[in-house]
Design a protein around this ligand. Sequence first.
Ligand SMILES: O=P(O)(O)OC[C@H]1O[C@H](O[C@H]2O[C@H](CO)[C@@H](O)[C@H](O)[C@H]2O)[C@H](O)[C@@H](O)[C@@H]1O
Length: 415
Amino acid sequence: MEIKSNQTSPVLTDPAPVNKSRLGTYSGLLPYPPAGATFSSGKYVKIPRKKPGTLDDVRSNGWLDAMKSSSPPRKKLIKDFTVQITSDDTDTAHLSWMLKYPSALHSFTQITDYAKNKKIAMFLDYDGTLSPIVDDPDCALMSSDMRSAVRNAAKYVPTAIISGRSRDKVVYELVELRELYYAGSHGMDIMGPVNHSATDDHSNNCIIRSTDQQDKEVNLFQPAKEFIPMIDEVFRTLVENTKGIQGSKVENHKFCVSVHYRNVDEKNWPTIAQLVHDILKNYPRLRLTHGRKVLEVRPMIDWNKGKAVEFLLDSLGLSKSDDVLPIYIGDDKTDEDAFKVLREKCGGYGILVSPVPKETKAFYSLKDPSEVQITSMPLPTSILYSGLLNLMELCVQVMKFLESLVRWKNKQEGA
Ligand SMILES: O=P(O)(O)OC[C@H]1O[C@H](O[C@H]2O[C@H](CO)[C@@H](O)[C@H](O)[C@H]2O)[C@H](O)[C@@H](O)[C@@H]1O
């Protein structure tokens, strides 16, 4: 991947035709459909509001369906999961899914055989991968064992965390490991290594040469920098307007905003969806994506976790060789962009962390292995146990994978 020196921005920040000359072509960026709008610079209380829409808006554009399918409510999942595991149909469906996306742990030898004589680069998502999905996003902590596993992996292979959260939150509050590279806000805020052989990267105005806390030279890449005031404005509007919706939570990730509805009564989902929809009408340069019980508002730029992987591989000097094996572990829709890049462009492996079969661009999967144990328990106990296991076990599998990798690397280097 090359950064062209004659460009001012790698990002499609303004789709209006008059600004086309500002559009960069970072790694073949393609424009999003024109939105033809300008930045609103007013304070959130002064935003000229378009007429609020009707709930039909969010029904007809599919938002509600996407919200309902964005990870089933935990109790329902556990119940279905527990009841269904005795069913032959589910077993068959699951087995055929596992044939398509085999367990990364069971296939570990196959992976390492392929990795022999290659440089591995490890990319990890945070929520649902390194920490279990919990009701309160502020309580999604990674265990100290997981932290050690990630730290050890980073001793052997360059390791980066690519999260939807703000980079600062992930680095300073959640992960706290200085030896990693980080991309926050779904890849729109990257702190990565300086690739001295890439001579022209610093001429791109989205890249700022900086130093990290250990005074190490780093590159800061923020392709949506000009959206910061807009995102802040939308954040404050959303906080204000969702005040009355019990259980809702809005997070500001600097380059994107998350509107959580995990703890909102399902009968109020249409209201929260419509509210976000109405606000977005005032910001045609922002778009919405769906995560796990979360609506994510982000700039309409052609940048995602997949592009972030490409950018980091390039920064690491690992983008142009066949002897590189990038591995990406993630659980969410936004991770699919990275799985796709690995599968189609980088010759790497995506690993999907999921308790249920899902369509994915990943190559391998990591799934809760505890279902066999819990069938033998009486139903209420099994529901309780599977709840606890479900929360923790997926992350434990990720940890086991990282530990296996470290043991293998260790052995290789000792050999
Ligand atoms: O890319 P990620 O690191 O996976 O971040 C995606 C979102 O993760 C967080 O929300 C999700 O996890 C929460 C804690 O388990 C959960 O309560 C929520 O329902 C999930 O959507 C984070 O709070 C979001 O801002 C991220 O976008």
